[in-house]
Design a protein around this ligand. Structure first.
Ligand SMILES: Nc1nc2c(c(=O)[nH]1)N[C@H]1C(S)=C(S)[C@@H](COP(=O)(O)O)O[C@H]1N2
Ligand SMILES: [Mo]
Length: 521
């Protein structure tokens, strides 16, 4: 058995070029598979793109500015190209380190895969299914690397007659070719599936959405953020998000249009540029979700910039009897808003393009969404809106109404305790209790607090902004050491006080007093 003797001095080892090639093919297979799955579950789930986007996010501003100055609109290509070079070098290195055993390369493939998973999970614009892309990528990367490695090792160990002639060498070459071809095809297919729509590029190209009419500046003292309430304006990345989209609809501004039709005098079709070119108005609005439990988190505030929805409906000419404004999003979700609410001048409903100084984030409805102060989101806040039909409540039933929620969704007067946090322990001395109240569009007139079922006492309200926004409150209490329950209740400017009766969010919003229990040292 001469071959046994030949391999005696050491275990078989793969030649350097072949080892490097295996590393590269493993990475290509991983990327191709990930890109293909991303084509189905959402382009931003592609591990390569997600890592790239994360890199962009993490890049310090001066470097970003330099890149934009130097490479202009090619900055993204430069980044992706640079990533490719780094990745290939690492892949070659991992391959070469695996000349005898597959462990180093396998470990590299796992680490790379986990980086992809982390990057995809960190993307705000990836739907729940998105994580499949990097997971498939990881599995394929490891499997392909190990498969090719085993074949190459077999070929290296076999004493075969000619350099390319032996069956194990042929098997390796065939497998390598197949991997290279499949990776290319998978990546290309993923790209085709995702379409060539570059939504982030489109969003960046929008530029400044400077309003002709600015919202009054939020005064100092509009929140008690230092003492536990949210900040008055919610940063876009912290703004609550509720939608049915498994993957966020990706619609470029230049591809967007809005049809206004139904019971109107003349149909309108508006393009993004049509809205952009108008005098934009800015409004500070608190949005609220009907599915909030008492004390729940689905309430946030932003400066929205857009076109008054009322103006658009007036141009179309709403026919008498059209009591429902039926809006549809590009992904088919629908909402029905009372027409009289939208047409009332003081409502301030918007077709919003911007949010807190930037174009709408994709997950908050880019390019255009509706925002109707005073109405829960499910009856009014259609993101990615593409169709407005004037109709009647009798004629059409929107998405959540079909699923048992109320036809009408005015926001209910609510309040919650933000600090102390329930079940926490607070230190000695006076106890500061803060919280949030809202009753858009009526506005908050009063918030009362009581401890352990005692008498109600008035809380101090934060500086007022407008009646379509939330209002923070604060009290200082002298409490004995031990456990305490704090409750709050708000009264709106119509004189209506939030009722004690606990009702579920279904069908049209929860009621009841928020109460928290905490311990004082
Ligand atoms: N297209 C679409 N728009 C939608 C929804 C949705 O599921 N799809 N959800 C609505 C609901 S229930 C709420 S509360 C608000 C939330 O908006 P946000 O995610 O920007 O906070 O969007 C509304 N607009
Ligand atoms: Mo909602």
């Amino acid at each position: 058995m001469p071959s046994m003797d030949a391999t005696k001095p050491g275990r078989p080892s793969i030649s350097v070029p072949v080892a490097g090639l295996i590393g590269v093919l493993g990475v290509l297979a991983a990327l191709g598979a990930g890109h293909l799955v991303a084509g189905v579950v959402g382009p931003s789930a592609s591990p390569y793109l997600a890592v790239g986007s994360t890199a962009v996010d993490l890049t310090p501003a001066p470097v970003k500015d330099f890149a934009i100055r130097t490479f202009g609109t090619a900055d993204k290509l430069v980044l992706l190209g640079g990533m490719a070079v780094v990745l290939l070098l690492l892949a070659v290195l991992a391959g070469v380190l695996s000349r005898r055993g597959a462990l180093p390369g396998s470990a590299f493939a796992v680490v790379l895969g986990l980086v992809g998973v982390a990057a995809v999970l960190a993307r705000p614009d990836v739907g729940r299914l998105g994580v499949f892309a990097p997971v498939v990528s990881l599995v394929v990367g490891v499997a392909v690397f190990r498969l090719l490695h085993a074949k190459a090792l077999a070929a290296a160990g076999a004493d075969e007659p000619s350099p390319t002639g032996g069956p194990s060498r042929r098997s390796f070459l065939v497998a390598s070719g197949a991997v290279a071809a499949s990776a290319g095809i998978a990546g290309g297919a993923g790209q085709l599936l995702a379409g060539s729509a570059d939504v982030e590029g489109s969003r960046r190209a929008v530029g400044d959405l400077t309003p002709a009419t600015r919202a009054p500046a939020v005064p100092a003292g509009a929140d008690f953020a230092a003492e536990g309430t949210p900040t008055f304006l919610t940063q876009n990345r912290d703004f609550y998000r509720v939608d049915t989209a498994l993957t966020v609809p990706r619609l470029r501004a230049e591809d967007w249009s809005l049809r206004v039709h139904g019971m109107v005098d003349r149909e309108l079709t508006l393009r993004y540029a049509d809205l952009r070119d108008r005098d934009l108005v800015e409004r500070t609005i608190t949005m609220t979700c009907v599915s909030n439990e008492v004390g729940g988190p689905y309430v946030s505030t932003a400066n929205f910039v857009g076109v008054p929805l009322r103006d658009v409906l007036m141009e179309a000419g709403v026919r008498p009897g059209a009591d429902q404004l039926f809006s549809t999003s590009v992904d088919g979700w629908t909402a029905g808003t009372p027409t009289d609410v939208v047409l009332a001048e003081d409502t301030g409903a918007l077709l919003a393009l911007g949010m807190n100084g930037e174009p709408l984030p994709v997950e908050h409805g880019f390019p255009v969404r509706m925002v109707v102060p005073g109405q829960f989101g499910y009856v009014s806040a259609t993101k990615w809106v593409v169709d407005l039909e004037l109709t009647t409540f009798a004629a059409r039933r929107p998405y959540w109404i079909e699923r048992g929620w109320g036809v009408r969704g005015p926001i209910k007067t609510q309040s919650r305790v933000d600090s102390p946090i329930g079940l926490s322990t607070v230190g000695p001395g006076r106890t500061v209790v803060t919280g949030t109240a809202y009753a858009q569009p009526r506005g908050i007139a009063k918030v009362e607090v009581r401890v352990d079922g005692g008498p109600w006492q008035d809380a101090r309200l934060s500086a007022e902004v407008n009646d379509s926004t939330w209002r923070m409150w604060r009290v200082e209490l002298d409490l004995a050491p031990g456990g305490h329950t704090v409750e709050c209740r708000a009264t709106d400017k119509t004189g209506f006080t939030q009722p004690q009766e606990r009702l579920d969010p279904v069908p049209d919003g929860a009621t009841g007093w928020h109460s928290i229990f905490f311990t004082k040292k």
